[in-house]
Design a protein around this ligand. Structure first.
Ligand code: NI
Length: 191
């Protein structure tokens, strides 16, 4: 397995619509395993393939607590079949928008059809954190970020902040003097 680089806002690839996976073969399983390792290392509870710059409809998730055994889940070509009217509020983060958190309200339960790691058709009715994570990740497959669920003011503010930071980083790389590695504070609740 390998840890893959995660792309971050304002990378335009995050806005791409991912295409369906044609076959869950060994090569694709390797990508899923690399995504899982990348997500665990970050650490995060969910990751969509587009976050490692691969525009394919695939998601990994693991909502096990820190004291629990890992419970990796793989969702290929996931489709939301139904969502509850009841909503759930969760303070979301995103590995592609590091260190930024805001509350987002989404349906509390969601029924999702998908292919598992073996390519077998499955259906799950998710609730709680998993329902939030699946909806956040399926949004990624459509080029939608959790900040799109916030007010325009908040969204524009965070995009501006990350665009400025990326520009500064680009300048640092160009003159290659004084380039400091920024230390990231990990947070478990990022997807
Ligand atoms: Ni995300």
């Amino acid at each position: 397995m390998a840890i893959l680089p995660i792309i971050e806002l304002p990378d335009p690839r995050l806005r791409r619509v991912s295409t369906p996976v044609e076959r869950v073969d060994d090569e694709f399983r390797k990508l899923l395993d690399d995504m899982l390792e990348t997500m665990h290392a970050a650490p995060g509870v969910g990751l969509a393939a587009i976050q490692v710059a691969i525009a394919k409809r695939a998601i990994v998730a693991d909502i096990a607590g820190e004291e629990e055994q890992p419970r990796p889940m793989f969702f290929v070509n996931p489709e939301i079949l139904w969502v509850s009217e009841e909503l759930r509020l969760h303070r979301e983060g995103c590995l592609s928008i590091p260190e930024y958190f805001e509350e987002v309200e989404r349906p509390a339960r969601a029924r999702v059809r998908y292919l598992d790691r073996d390519g077998a058709l499955q259906e799950i009715e998710a609730d709680g954190l998993l329902a939030t994570v699946l909806q956040h990740e399926i949004d990624h497959l459509e080029g939608v970020l959790f900040i799109d669920h916030l007010s325009r003011l908040k969204r524009e503010r965070v995009i501006k902040k990350f665009t400025k930071a990326a520009r500064r980083e680009g300048e640092d790389h160009r003159d290659s003097r004084d380039h400091k590695e920024t230390k990231r504070v990990p947070d478990k609740a990022v997807v």
